[in-house]
Structure formats: C-alpha cells, structure tokens
Design a protein around this ligand. Structure first.
Ligand code: DC
Length: 222
C-alpha cells in the first residue's frame, strides 16, 4: 500500500499558512489545497448576486447555485466558480471578510468539507484552513497549528500590500484581523481551535525557512 502523507495546517488569518503550505507541498512533491479559497468563492458568489451575507437563509438558499471546482495548472491551485476562474478575484479583502461570514453557516461548511474530504481520499497533500485537523482530516499524519501575534500578522499583511504597490492602513488591517479572529474562533460550527494532537508553532519570531524546517522535523519524527 502506498504511504500517504497528509499534513493539516490550521491557524488564524495571516499566520503564514499558505506560504508555508506551498513550500511544504513543493518539498514533498504533494498537492496543496487551500480550503479558504473555497469559502471565498462562496462569498464571491453571494457578493456578486447581492445576497446579504448576514442572512443565513438567503445564503443557504443560494448555495445550490454555487458550483466550485478546483483545478491544478502547473501545480498551482485554480478555483472555478460556476466555470469562471476566480482565483485572483477571491483575494480581495472584502471577499475574505465575506468568507469569514458565510463559513459560519452549517450547510456551507458541510458542502465544503464533503468536497475537501473527497479530494483527500488516497492522495498525499498539505491542506490548510481553520478546521482541517479538527474536522476535515482528523486522521492527518501531521497536524500543525500556526499562530502569531496579531500585531505581527497585521504587519505581514501590510508589507505584502505595500510590496505589491497598493496602499494600506496598518491600524485598519489589525482591526480587520481581530474581527476575523473573533468570528472564526467563536462561531458555533467547527470554530478555529487547535486540535489536541496538533503541534503548536508560534511564528511571531520565526522566518519562513525556520517554520518549514520545524515542520519537516515533525514530519520526519512521525
Ligand atoms: O484562509 P482564508 O483567509 O482564505 O479564509 C477565509 C475565511 O474562510 C476565514 O476567515 C474563515 C473561513 N475558513 C473556514 O471557516 N474554514 C476553512 N477550512 C478555511 C477558511
């Protein structure tokens, strides 16, 4: 039987999950699944159809009109929403905030988790999100909970935007992250929490290489 490596990475917004997950996927030549992108695609559909994200019934009614497909091109995840490639569009801040709202609704979570578990069947992968170690891949070989101080996470986001030549307001970013943390950690269904068997890594004072090396050590120890 082939040895399947599944790495689950959870943590709050801006902890560095996607950067680290991409690096690990490359190192181990396995797939990277960004589950946040799926919730973002749901939010994008609702925003484009002027559906009030705070009204659960409206979001849930529209949910069966949302068809999400994940495709890999040159090892990069592309996400299709009703056959449109929305990989870039979903990166907007408003979509991230919207994703945090729609992901609180149980029918939305059920639909996404079913897709994620289907993708993970007999495939080595690193999957990141908020509930991967606790709900989606409870049998993952390695579970990591990445965290970092909120100020550090806000600074990282700020620097990313400045590097891209966009304008940014550090204080506003910090506020947005605090709100998102609160919503993601306090919702009723699958809130963001460290799995009992997850390794906690506080990346506040670590660079990307340090974090990748630390996780590789954990993988090798398993
Ligand atoms: O990781 P991200 O910023 O792209 O995620 C956007 C939102 O989606 C996040 O605030 C909460 C939600 N999410 C979730 O509830 N469960 C996941 N597995 C991934 C994301």
């Amino acid at each position: 039987m082939k040895d399947i490596l599944t790495i689950a990475i959870d943590g709050p917004a801006g902890a560095g999950k996607s950067t680290i997950a991409k690096r690990l996927a490359k190192e181990y030549k396995i797939v990277y699944v960004d589950t946040g992108a799926m919730y973002r695609a749901v939010a994008l559909y609702m925003l484009e159809h002027h559906i009030n994200l705070d009204t659960e019934n409206a979001v849930v009614d529209a949910l069966n009109l949302v068809h999400i497909r994940i495709v890999y091109k040159d090892e990069i995840q592309h996400i299709y929403l009703n056959e449109e490639d929305v990989t870039q569009k979903i990166r907007q801040q408003s979509v991230g905030e919207g994703a945090s709202k729609v992901s609180a609704y149980l029918p939305v979570r059920k639909k996404m988790v079913m897709m994620q578990q289907e993708m993970a069947k007999e495939t080595s992968m690193v999957m990141d999100g908020r509930d991967i170690g606790t709900h989606v891949l409870t049998d993952a070989k390695v579970k990591i909970f990445l965290s970092a101080d909120v100020i550090v996470r806000a600074k990282r986001r700020y620097n990313e935007l400045i590097d891209k030549g966009e304008s940014a307001d550090l204080h506003a970013i910090e506020e947005e992250i605090r709100e998102r943390d609160y919503r993601d950690m306090n919702r009723d269904h699958a809130p963001l929490v460290q799995a009992k068997d997850a390794h906690l890594l506080d990346t506040s004072n670590m660079n990307i290489d340090d974090v990748v090396d630390a996780i590789k050590k954990i993988v090798e120890m398993r």
